[in-house]
Design a protein around this ligand. Structure first.
Ligand code: NAP
Length: 222
């Protein structure tokens, strides 16, 4: 049997829009099963990923200035630092995996975060950005990323971070891969918890790559 070639994804489908100076654009990327689960049968999203999904995942990382991910997903998906890039990790507890206690990681946390843990992370070369009090002040955090020229944000989840950004209407677009599989079970959706919201979207593209459906949805009016 021949080896399957990595699918080529048209970059033009995923270019970020031209942005005013300082404006951070939040792109969110998720994969889901056809029956709406963000987790495969093993409880991780990786097992939902097809070759086409992995190709998009890699392309989106190439195109962004910073990867934003919640600490829960970083822990469960065993995240490491990003090669030649910045990983912004979102946490309240500051329970950061050891392999992410390195330069090239920026931790975003609310002002009420434990001071000793902040000092320990900084000692390991991690930058800690504290905003807000009990909760991260997202408009301020995104403004800070934009101010640093990190305007093309790629949020890789997880579901509670996505829900929180949605409730604040801070999600500019969602790249959603629908993987050709049913998984049943109790896997969570791509967005869970927090306040309900109704954010209107327009479909920018829907492309079938070897049976995987790649979609991009942009916030209406943006
Ligand atoms: N299908 C996909 O594409 C996809 C993508 C990503 C994740 N997932 C799946 O999602 C699951 C992980 O979900 P999860 O329940 O752990 O949720 P999660 O949203 O990944 O992580 C929750 C944790 O992230 C931190 N966090 C989230 N929002 C925050 C905020 N606004 N401010 C400060 N900290 C915040 C907190 O970390 P602390 O506990 O450190 O305070 C919180 O406990 C895994 O099964 C993973 O496979 C799927």
């Amino acid at each position: 049997m021949g080896v399957m070639a990595t699918p080529t994804i048209d970059r033009a489908l995923y270019e970020y829009p031209d942005l005013e100076e300082g404006r951070a654009w939040v792109r969110v990327n998720f994969v889901s099963s056809v029956d709406g689960s963000a987790e495969g049968a093993d409880g991780r999203s990786g097992s939902l990923g097809t070759d086409a999904d992995q190709a998009v995942f890699g392309l989106l990382r190439e195109l962004c200035d910073v990867v934003l991910v919640s600490a829960g997903t970083a822990r469960s998906e065993d995240y490491g630092p990003i090669d030649d890039g910045l990983l912004a990790l979102v946490s309240r507890s500051l329970d950061v995996p050891d392999r992410l206690k390195v330069p090239g990681v920026l931790v975003i946390a609310p002002g009420a975060a434990d001071e000793e843990q902040v000092v320990a992370l900084e000692g390991a070369g991690v930058e800690v950005l504290l905003t807000g009090e009990d909760e991260v002040d997202w408009p301020a955090a995104l403004a800070e990323l934009g101010r640093r020229g990190l305007q093309r944000v790629l949020c890789e989840g997880g579901p509670s971070l996505f829900a929180g950004l949605t409730a604040l209407d801070l999600v500019d677009e969602l790249c959603l891969t629908v993987s050709p599989v049913l998984v049943a079970g109790d896997g969570q959706r791509i967005s869970t918890g927090g306040e309900s919201a109704e954010v209107p979207l327009r479909l920018a593209h829907a492309v079938d790559v070897d049976g995987t459906l790649l979609t991009r949805w942009v916030r209406q009016g943006r």
